[in-house]
Design a protein around this ligand. Sequence first.
Ligand code: NAP
Ligand code: ZN
Ligand code: ZN
Length: 348
Amino acid sequence: MIQARGYAALGSSQALRPYAFERKEVDARQVLIRILYCGICHADIHQARNEYGNTHYPLVPGHEIVGRIERVGPLVTQFNAGDLVGVGYFIDSCRHCSSCAEGEEQFCETGLLPTQNGKLPDGSTTKGGYSDVIVVDERYVLHISERLDAPAVAPLLCAGITAYSALTHGPVGPGDQVAILGLGGIGHLAVKFAVAFGAQVTVLSSSPQKQEPALALGAHAFIHTGDKTAMKQANRRFDFILDTVSANHAYDPYLNLLKKDGTLIVVGRPPQTPQLDPISLISRRRKIVGSFIGGMAETQEMLDYCADHAITADIELIPPVDMNKAYERVLNGDVHYRFVIDMAQLTQ
Ligand code: NAP
Ligand code: ZN
Ligand code: ZN
């Protein structure tokens, strides 16, 4: 066994604290990754606080992982010791079902194994990236370009692919009127991608002070969702709205901003079911679709696209001791736009 150290939540109302545990030895097709950086996704907070009622404690969160390969199993062919690599939301899937065969492992029919809080056959659970090392089958590891700033790549592994996949499946293209609802981790990367795809991008935000930063990210317009006049003026303006909001909210006010045949793409998962009046859909033949991270091939495509277009996240790098403070700041909307934990500073 490999001795690992990290941070864990031991209960829904408890702060994360230092935690020692064991990982299984490297198998023939697995690699041992020394974790350098791990992003704090809002899903980590939902899960640490058991907001969906399915958390197994102790929970070691973290699925926006960047690290370097330290050791490879004898049958590994795609990676070498020293490679800069990434691990995202999942570390295994059944590999046989139609979704896996199509390279959309995130929709695996039987066996998606999340990087954190995933049930293993022996009854234990997977432990995520708020830790010093992780062992992963090479099929679920991604290549990262040395051209990119490694800490700022970490959020691409979940927030980035979530935004990229949702927008490319839209499909969002040149000239489309696109609104990004919620300017957080996913939202700010969605602005960068939508602008790169040639869309006309508006940020819809509950935080009026985000106007200047939104425009600095490349957005063409900004609407404070609390401004009733501006919201009314935006009626039927957009082809797509990407909803990244993590808190409870109604869908109706945003559906009304879509054109005929417009699409609300939902990625945010609030704890409570959002309010929805069917007339918001019926009156203009509007659609609501969901999107969930991305498959392995698409995630590699996104990372390569980011290397070619110099896209990374805007981050605040923090030592592990500050992660509880960071959780509070995320909940208060006080993050620009992703906290990334510097795992090399793990001292306890
Ligand atoms: P985040 O960084 O915390 O951003 C969420 C944004 O939602 C905030 O920046 C804020 O934007 C808005 N918001 C927060 N509280 C609000 C409130 N009370 N009223 C209105 N707006 C509020 O979160 P994230 O990491 O981007 O994740 C967003 C959501 O997506 C979470 O629910 C997460 O679990 C989910 N998620 C889904 C996927 C997927 O594959 N579908 C993947 C990762 C995460 P403004 O200040 O601009 O309003
Ligand atoms: Zn995530
Ligand atoms: Zn499968």
